[in-house]
Ligand binder design. Structure first.
Ligand code: PEP
Ligand code: MN
Length: 472
């Protein structure tokens, strides 16, 4: 059954979700913009300077009055699935754009991104011999933390682009002015995106037999001959299932979840709701949200925010993360040690993962916490190409994933998944891969609004390589 549609089965090891008692102790203050919740006033890094307080309040009120994008029950299912990943009984594939753009939320783009993730998941399911949890960086990934508040080009200085939820990518004063109405547009674009994702993944498009045919098309390109034997193994497994008459629903539909960085609290807080089943708060902007490397301060507003919601949550950990700090994060975010609640997304960089990750994993393991360890091989491997583009080298990305597996192998702990920036399109943003994208190629199709993404082919190649790592 695990092969079948990647629908992670609930094993008896994990109890059904139980609601916890109210350690949250939230005052039941009903303000129009916070949807029955109030929040302590803590320092929040990386928030825009909204120029118009009245417009901001209007946008927040509109969000607070809008229907949820996801249901709390779905978030609980994802948490159950992640609990399995923490134990090595499932594997997480989290992927999508670095920064989604409103203009890119077209049917074709959404279809191709979902298709890429499904194709990768089919290969990884074979590699892991466990269900693969499909979690898009999608339908909400509209806000970006920036290392500099301002962007300078020639003698013009303007506010940095902070994602379509805040301002526009175009380098003009007008475009870069933060506009709170964009919060509302992000909500509606996320709703439309999620609607199509749900249609694709439950309406027959995601049938594993189609996905397998697409993968055969990929392998037919001679550049990928080295993956031929894995592809043939999968082919044999498919034929075996067909011969057995396997034709159940799990092959036809997949569970697909949505995630994004919970960065903009003016978006997330109005989209936090009390779940009528449990009386507890959930972020309803996505199934899973994470706190980024730049906003994970223990006394900051972001950590406080995710500590109060019941969703499964993630925290990025870069090379400066210290084991004591990580244990304090666990105490804040998962005091009850609920399996699947907390995911650490390590983004160390290929040269550092083997040196920095072991101390963190070891300390967390010794503490008894059951977190999901995920490898983000993108954000520690970014550099500027000789031609002036922000880029990443395919081999560095693979090397970081390899290092991640080695660390877990040596410690006897569980590598729970990967987190990648990808697109279904034929872009030229990351260097290398079997099609050998070179510095000089970057300018051809460099389309990202923020970080460089693996293109469709590079994403599939990564999946085949990770499948090999999982099998060895
Ligand atoms: C991101 O995921 O796009 C990002 C900004 O990552 P990090 O917080 O790890 O730098
Ligand atoms: Mn990024």
């Amino acid at each position: 059954a695990s092969w079948a549609g990647g629908r992670p089965t609930r094993t008896s090891t994990y109890p059904e979700p139980v609601s916890t008692t109210s350690r949250l102790d939230l005052p039941a203050v009903n303000t129009p913009s916070s949807g029955a919740l109030s929040w302590p006033d803590l320092p929040a890094a990386q928030q825009p300077n909204w120029p118009d307080a009245v417009a901001l309040e209007r946008a927040r009120a509109e969000l607070a009055a809008s229907p949820p994008l996801v249901f709390a029950g779905e978030c609980d299912v994802l948490r159950q699935n992640l609990a399995a990943a923490a134990q090595g009984e499932a594997f997480l594939l989290q992927g999508g754009d670095c920064a989604e753009m409103f203009s890119a939320a077209t049917a074709d783009n959404i279809r191709d991104r979902v298709k890429t993730i499904l194709q990768m998941a089919a290969v990884l399911t074979y590699g892991a011999s466990t269900p693969v949890i499909k979690l898009g960086r999608i339908a909400g990934q509209y806000a970006k933390p920036r290392s500099k508040d301002l962007e300078v080009r020639g003698d013009v200085t303007l506010p940095a682009y902070r994602g379509d939820m805040v301002n526009d990518f175009a380098f003009t004063e007008e475009s870069r002015r933060p506009d709170p109405q964009r919060l509302v547009r992000a909500y509606h674009t996320s709703a439309a995106t999620l609607n199509l994702v749900r249609a694709f993944t439950t309406g027959g498009f995601a049938d594993l037999r189609h996905v397998h045919e697409w993968n055969r098309g990929f392998i037919a390109n001679g550049a990928y001959a080295r993956y031929e034997s894995t592809a043939q193994d999968i082919d044999r497994a498919m034929k075996f299932m067909a011969a057995c008459g396997v034709d159940f629903d799990a092959l036809r539909t997949v569970e697909f979840f949505a995630s994004h960085e919970a960065l903009l609290l003016d978006y997330e807080k109005p989209l936090t709701r009390i779940d009528s089943r449990t009386g507890l708060p959930y972020a309803v902007s996505g199934h899973f949200v994470w706190v980024g490397e730049r906003t994970r301060q223990l006394d900051g507003a972001h950590v406080d925010f995710v500590s109060r919601i019941q969703n499964p949550i993630g925290v990025k950990l870069g090379p400066t993360a210290d084991p004591d700090e990580v244990l304090r994060l666990i105490d804040r975010l998962d005091p009850e040690r609920r399996p699947g609640r907390l995911t650490f997304i390590a983004r160390m960089g290929a040269p550092r993962v083997r040196e920095k990750l072991p101390a963190l994993v070891e300390r967390v393991d010794r503490s008894g916490a059951k977190v999901v360890w995920v490898c983000d091989p993108m954000h520690g491997n970014t550099f500027e190409s000789t031609t002036g583009y922000k880029t990443r080298e395919f081999d560095d990305i693979i090397d970081e994933v390899r290092g991640f597996f080695e660390v877990h192998e040596a410690l006897g702990t569980v590598p729970g998944g990967i987190h990648v920036e990808l697109t279904g399109n034929d872009v030229t943003e990351c260097l290398g891969g079997s099609e050998k994208i070179l510095d000089a190629d970057l300018e051809k199709h460099y389309e990202t609004a923020c970080d460089p993404r693996l293109n469709h082919q590079q994403s599939l190649e990564l999946a085949f390589l990770v499948a090999e790592m999982l099998r060895s």
